[in-house]
Design a protein around this ligand. Sequence first.
Ligand code: CA
Length: 232
Amino acid sequence: MDEKKTVLIVEDEKSIVDILRFNLEKEGYAALTAYDGEAGLSMALEKNPDLILLDVMLPKMIGFDVCRILREKGSSVPVIILTAREEEADKVQGLEIGADDYITKPFSMRELMARVKANIRRTAMQQAGPETAMTAGGGLTINPENYQVCKHDRPIDLTQREYELLTFLASHPGKVYSRIDLMEQVWNYEYVGDDVRTVDVTVRRLREKIEDDPASPALILTRRGVGYYFAG
Ligand code: CA
């Protein structure tokens, strides 16, 4: 059974929506569309898409709020933020409120489709098969059967990407990965430019959730000038 993956486009510029929908459908995805933030949010909650392309500047509710509320409601759907070129700060802000990725307007359709594919492939892989529960240091347990991470038996809410980064690093304790390695292994990107900053932001957010003292982490460690590794 090969069910179509659904992508929700939340964007108020009709010309962009049209070209996105055209290209997504050409690639075999089903497309849903919403032209303002409120409609996007309720459609996301109602229809459970496999991925959301989310503009920032939207009528009624900005994209950041849409993403933040989705995460507060426990949704782990991959979210790619569409930002305007002059809004560099948007990228980091978007990642901090739980988006998985961002792409800068004007974007090349080829790059956007690669990101969509990478994020959807990631979801499919995550659902591929159960591994066994694992206990890391610092009172941390990871249960891949229900994607639940607990700290001293208290459940922690992680986004899908945070979860994947954590499980990837924790599966190879002591091994140092460069940010480019992590982009390729966890984000599934073949091409990386200045996007390695995404890794830093995600690591920081993850530390805030799992470390006793995020300012001096004991689980996810930095090897200066090289990359990150899991204590072990
Ligand atoms: Ca807009």
